[in-house]
Structure formats: structure tokens, C-alpha cells
Design a binder for this molecule. Structure first.
Ligand code: FMN
Ligand SMILES: CCCCCCC(=O)C(=O)O
Length: 367
């Protein structure tokens, strides 16, 4: 493959990133937990859903814009929080933020970014949310939440699926090195040594993250910020109800890109369960395995307000920096708009449950 290779879909960026990145970093970005069963199923589950197109609908104008927590975005494709963007490209999260802003969408900045909250905030205007983990040292988490709020971030995303780090065997084999995180300078050392010689990330998380975090702590989070709070990592109707009861302002159905609990369900397979439990009271978003505009269409049909993408953004960044991230976001928007047109849905509100058919429904209809 020569340097002129130009991806025609977002998977092409993964191929480019694989050629360009050191193996340790590529494996960190691409990998999942243990057998990577859920990693594969996040993709396969989308392919088990069929779209039921309607014809002879006027689709001469397609509007894929939507509103999330009152903020208008050009299409329901947002940037998921992902760590360590400077391992993909020197400009790191600043390039990602500029690309997201240029595409009129929301970026969720990771707690584990390599560019600081302040650098990202001053790099361009744009709507941004801030994702957090909760450290045993709660004062540090509270300071970062405050800095995000002071720097114009519009919501806090609490990642709830990481009391400990999932077992990513590629990182263990590669002895993945934990880079220092500038956000925490003067607050805590982000250097870590793995006693077992495995992944430094795992050693760091095990020493720092608060594994005692529970639903009652949402009250603590509410007491330290005025921003809306979204809970990321919900996969069951039981937890969706608990999130509602705790006063969450939104839910992100996520299995952390299959990097935490292997054999957790593919996110698209549990979206409807969560949407039904929430009954429209708060927005439900989804991430995990979204690689095509048709995937976005399926998630919207099953009740998501928007999707977020993780690895495609990182691979776009690794391949072509800010331009690569823009290309990824535009490709998905264009593909989504095409699927809206071909399915007879000029607006997002026209996409309904009846526009998709799950595998089990297909079998029933063939009996
Ligand atoms: C390399 C990498 C780093 C990630 N870092 C974080 C993180 O810091 N915080 C977080 O909440 N989720 C993190 N995630 C999970 C993403 O937010 C998201 O749930 C997942 O990537 C979506 O799946 P996809 O990569 O298939 O799009 C990370 C994912 C990847 C691939
Ligand atoms: C620098 C610590 C990285 C913690 C894990 C980040 C993450 O959520 C992921 O890799 O997934």
C-alpha cells in the first residue's frame, strides 16, 4: 500500500494507523479485553440488524442535525472520550477538538488526555463535555471538574464501568508504558511501575481509581458541579433506572469499546432495553462499534439520540492529524445522510423503530 492510499470509509483509517503507529500504541488503541469476544460482537451485532426502507418519500432535502442537552450538532455523531491522543499524533487532543468543532459536533474530552483542559479549551470554540474517572483522592477529581467548568465545558460524563482496568492482554505483552498526564502536574504523579512487568496503565489505574464508587456518590458529584451529568457504561435496564433515580441528565450505553468486561453484551443489542426503561425522561446515547452511517441509522431507530465514536477518531488522528479526524466525522455524516435518503427519512424524527428489523424478528417473519 503506497502513501497515496486514500481511505474511502472509516475502516481505511485503521489500516493506515496500523502502518504508521508503533505496535505498542496501535495495540493499545485497537485492542479489547481478554478474548476480545465483545470487541468482535460490537461490530457483528450491527450487521445482524436490517433496515426496512420506505420508498417514494420526498428526500430532496436531508437534515441530519439534532440537539443534545440543548446544544445543536450537525449530525448525531459525537466524539467519545479516549485517552492519550498524543500517542497517535503530536497535536493530540487539540487536533481532535479542532476537527470536532469544524464538523459542528460535540467532543467529550477524556480525563486521561495528554493536552490539558486549558489547552483544549483555548484551541478553538466548540461544544465540549468532560469525562471523568473518580480517584481515591476525590479532591483531585473535584479540581479537574472545576477546571472543566471554568473552561466552558458543558457537561460531565462519569465513566461508571472502570472500578478496575479490564485485562488487555496486548498491553500486558507489550508492557504498555504509561505516559505522564499534564492535567495532573503538581497534583499527583502519573508515573507508574508495574510490579509484575505487565501493563503500566493497569498498575496506575489499580493504584489510583476509587473502586468503592457507587450510586450514592452521584450526590457528591452533583454537590461539586452545576453541570449536567451523564453516566457512561450503562448496559442494563436495572442500571438505567438507578441512573434516573440518582438524577442523571443522560445515559451513554457503552461497554467501553469492549476494553473492560469481556462477554459484556454488544451495545446495540441492549440499547432498546435501556431506552424502554428510561421512557424519554433523559437522553440515551450509545457508543461501541459504530463504523458506518447505517450503524448510526440503526442506533437512532432503536431510540438513541446520538452515537459516539472512539477508535475511528483515533485512527483518523494517527493517519492524518486534524484533517484525518475531520474526514472520519464527515464520512460518517455523509454515509448517515445517504442511508436516511435511501430509507425514506428526511429528518431524524422520521427514523422510527419500524425502520429496523432485529434478527429474531426476521426469523419470526419467515416462519
Ligand atoms: C484507546 C481508547 C482509550 C479510551 N479511553 C477512554 C477514557 O479515557 N475514558 C472513557 O470513558 N472511555 C475511554 N474509552 C472508551 C470510549 O469512550 C468508547 O466507549 C469506545 O471507544 C467506543 O467504542 P469504539 O472504539 O468501538 O467506537 C477509550 C477507548 C479507546 C479505544
Ligand atoms: C492513563 C490511564 C489510562 C486509563 C485508561 C484509559 C481508558 O479508559 C482506556 O484505555 O480504555
Amino acid at each position: 500500500m503506497g502513501s497515496e492510499f486514500e481511505p474511502v470509509n472509516v475502516n481505511g483509517f485503521q489500516e493506515l494507523a496500523k502502518q504508521l503507529l508503533p505496535k505498542m500504541y496501535y495495540d493499545y488503541f485497537a485492542g479489547g479485553a481478554e478474548d476480545e469476544h465483545t470487541l468482535k460482537d460490537n461490530l457483528k451485532a450491527f450487521s445482524r440488524i436490517m433496515i426496512r426502507p420506505r420508498v417514494l418519500v420526498d428526500v430532496s432535502r436531508i437534515d441530519s442535525s439534532t440537539t443534545i442537552l440543548g446544544f445543536k450538532i450537525s449530525s448525531p455523531v459525537m466524539v467519545a472520550p479516549s485517552a492519550l491522543h498524543q500517542l497517535a499524533h503530536l497535536d493530540g487532543e487539540v487536533a481532535t477538538a479542532r476537527a470536532a468543532a469544524a464538523c459542528d459536533t460535540i467532543m467529550v474530552l477524556s480525563y486521561n488526555s495528554m493536552r490539558t483542559i486549558e489547552e483544549v479549551a483555548s484551541s478553538c470554540s466548540g461544544i465540549r463535555f468532560f469525562q471523568i474517572y473518580v480517584y481515591k483522592r476525590r479532591d483531585i477529581t473535584a479540581q479537574l471538574v472545576q477546571r472543566a467548568e471554568n473552561n466552558g465545558f458543558k457537561a460531565i460524563v462519569l465513566t461508571a464501568d472502570t472500578p478496575r482496568l479490564g485485562r488487555r492482554e496486548a498491553d500486558i505483552r507489550n508492557k504498555m508504558v504509561q505516559p505522564e498526564l499534564k492535567n495532573f502536574e503538581g497534583l499527583i504523579s502519573t508515573k507508574a511501575d508495574s510490579e509484575t512487568g505487565g501493563s503500566n496503565l493497569q498498575a496506575f489505574v489499580d493504584g489510583t481509581f476509587d473502586a468503592s464508587l457507587s450510586w450514592k456518590d452521584i450526590q457528591w458529584l452533583k454537590s461539586i458541579t452545576k453541570l449536567p451529568i451523564l453516566i457512561k457504561g450503562v448496559l442494563t435496564h436495572e442500571d438505567a433506572i438507578l441512573a434516573l433515580d440518582a438524577g442523571a441528565d443522560g445515559i451513554i450505553v457503552s461497554n467501553h469499546g469492549a476494553r473492560q468486561l469481556d462477554y459484556a453484551p454488544a451495545t446495540i443489542s441492549v440499547l432498546e432495553e435501556v431506552v424502554n426503561a428510561v421512557r424519554g425522561k433523559i437522553p440515551v446515547l450509545l457508543d461501541g462499534g459504530v463504523r458506518r452511517g447505517t450503524d448510526v441509522f440503526k442506533a437512532i431507530a432503536l431510540g438513541a439520540q446520538a452515537v459516539l465514536i472512539g477508535r475511528p477518531v483515533i485512527f483518523g488522528l494517527a493517519a492524518k492529524g486534524e484533517f484525518g479526524v475531520k474526514r472520519v466525522l464527515r464520512m460518517l455524516k455523509d454515509e448517515f445522510e445517504l442511508s436516511m435518503a435511501l430509507a425514506g427519512c428526511p429528518n431524524l424524527r422520521d427514523i422510527t423503530r419500524r425502520h429496523v428489523r432485529m434478527e429474531q424478528e426476521k426469523r419470526q417473519s419467515m416462519l
